[in-house]
Design a protein around this ligand. Structure first.
Ligand code: HEM
Length: 130
């Protein structure tokens, strides 16, 4: 997962997961909120497979950019990078010990959903985030 992150995600979200305020949201301190929300596991897989467009608020800061989709990554790579973002930085401290890891099957199950980045945004809006 770490290699996938370094190669594909760190250019925007930064190696330390802090993002760039106003441009790219932080993943450190934030991905656990998404993962623990009801529906958040499916949302994270959909976000990686289909991208995201629409204004989101993260830690009091608005972001209105485009998160690219990553359909070219394998099921293993997408599961791995999601697991990495939940274990890196201080995120692991926020996760319950029994939280199940993302599996390649979790990703395969969403491959044919055919969502648009705007559809993913609707799913995001439905999450109850702290
Ligand atoms: C949002 C992960 C690559 C730009 C996000 C979010 C996550 C994430 C978890 C938060 C979504 C939310 O709060 O609901 C990743 C991972 C990547 C990756 C794991 C690598 C596979 C990138 C790259 C860019 C980027 C390379 C820049 C070209 C953005 C933007 C948003 C975002 C702009 C906010 C979208 C919006 O304003 O609607 N990403 N990201 N991401 N990401 Fe990424």
């Amino acid at each position: 997962g770490e290699g996938v992150y370094t190669a594909n995600c760190a250019s925007c979200h930064q190696a330390n997961g802090q993002g760039l305020p106003g441009a790219f949201p932080p993943l450190a301190g934030h991905v656990p909120d998404l993962a623990l929300a009801e529906g958040g596991r499916d949302y994270l897989v959909q976000l990686l497979l289909y991208g995201l467009q629409g204004e989101v608020g993260v830690e009091g800061q608005a972001y209105n950019g485009v998160m690219p989709a990553w359909p070219q990554l394998s099921d293993e790579q997408i599961a791995g990078v999601l697991n990495y973002t939940l274990s890196a930085w201080d995120n692991l401290e926020r996760m319950p010990e029994d939280y199940p890891a993302f599996t390649p099957d979790d990703v395969a199950a969403q491959r044919d959903a055919g969502l648009s980045p705007a559809d993913v945004y609707e799913r995001r809006q439905a999450l109850e985030l702290p």
